[in-house]
Design a protein around this ligand. Structure first.
Ligand SMILES: [Zn+2]
Length: 199
């Protein structure tokens, strides 16, 4: 529709999650009209994040070092592990200040429709972490939707025989939703009222 580089920019923006063709066009023209200094800051932030941020070798959260800040923090309770789908879920739960344990980020959820099975998630790493018996409770905090529930069920079956306390966040979270969109109070309450999963 547009010429060369402008269309390239619109195409690239349109590939971002949540950006439709209209938004892509709007952002592209914003960039065209914007102050070059502002755009350089944006480019810098994008470059830096790709150069410096990686995934924590222990939990899979985003980290600037080999381990993330939470895994390195000796004040975190080493007996409780909260399993989430994405790093953004860690941020959402941290905001509630309800949880003082550590996390394990799966990197997604089981979704046969998208061809994602348990082996595509960091489940093997989870089993390795649990092997030494230091963790006594695993809280499954996957999203309250179809994929999240399927993942929770799979994990409960996997962890059940290990003699751990396996809990799931209480209802009250919007069903079909995304953990990150739950407000802090609802998510905090879901933590307090977590229930034991029958395995
Ligand atoms: Zn970590």
């Amino acid at each position: 529709m547009y010429e060369g580089v402008v269309q390239d920019l619109i195409d690239e923006l349109g590939r971002l999650p949540g950006v439709g063709p209209k938004s892509a066009q709007r952002i592209a023209f914003h960039v065209l009209a914007a102050d070059p200094t502002d755009i350089r800051r944006l480019v810098d932030a994008l470059t830096q994040v790709k150069a410096r941020v990686r995934f924590c070798v222990t939990c899979g959260n985003v980290a600037e070092d080999e381990q993330c800040r939470i895994c390195r923090d000796p004040r975190r309770d080493p007996t409780v592990l909260c399993v989430v789908e994405e790093p953004k879920d860690v941020v959402a739960i941290e905001k509630t200040r309800e949880f003082r344990g550590r996390y394990h980020v799966l990197g997604g959820a089981i979704s046969p429709m998208d061809g994602i099975g348990p082996d595509d998630l960091r489940t093997r790493e989870l089993m390795v972490r649990l092997a030494d018996g230091a963790v006594t409770e695993v809280i499954i905090a996957t999203d309250p939707n179809l994929e999240g529930e399927a993942t929770a069920t799979y994990l409960a079956r996997l962890l059940g025989p290990m003699g751990l306390r396996v809990t799931r966040l209480a209802s009250g979270l919007p069903v079909g939703g995304d953990l990150e969109y739950a407000d802090e109070i609802t998510l905090g309450r879901a933590f307090e009222g977590r229930r034991l999963l029958d395995v």
